[in-house]
Design a protein around this ligand. Structure first.
Ligand code: 5GP
Ligand code: ZN
Length: 115
């Protein structure tokens, strides 16, 4: 655990979150500032800074992907579709450097990127 990492602190229970799905190695909770009717963040419990780091641990990457699919199913998103986003680095606007998949859906999501 990284004591300076917001999402490690959520995993540790030090900061509250609305958890919607949990496995031995992953946690999924609602985004504090939702950008769509459903906006859930899916993280590995172990600290990886971004998706580049996560990809170096294929088992953890697969677990995050599987958990994201289960969240999409449980949130009722699979019929109409949804978006799965890993913001990575400066151009993406990544703000929290503990890798997280954004699961977004519940309405048409518009163009893939703005501008
Ligand atoms: P990023 O820009 O790094 O891809 O996304 C970070 C996300 O974390 C943002 O959508 C932001 O709203 C969310 N977020 C930031 N702080 C908190 C928090 O304390 N709790 C929860 N649940 N989400 C947070
Ligand atoms: Zn962390």
């Amino acid at each position: 655990m990284d004591n300076d990492c917001l999402f490690c602190r959520i995993v540790a229970g030090e900061i509250p979150a609305t958890v919607v799905h949990e496995t031995a190695t992953t946690l999924a909770f609602r985004d504090i500032d939702p950008k769509a009717p459903v906006h859930v963040l899916v993280i590995p419990k172990a600290h990886h800074g971004d998706v580049l780091a996560l990809a170096r641990d294929p088992q953890a990457a697969a677990e995050v992907l599987a958990a994201s699919a289960e969240v999409a199913q449980a949130e009722g998103l699979t019929a109409d579709g949804f978006r799965l986003i890993f913001n990575t680095g400066r151009h993406s606007g990544q703000e929290v450097f503990h890798v997280h998949a954004h699961v977004l859906g519940g309405r048409p999501l518009g163009p893939m990127v703005s501008g």
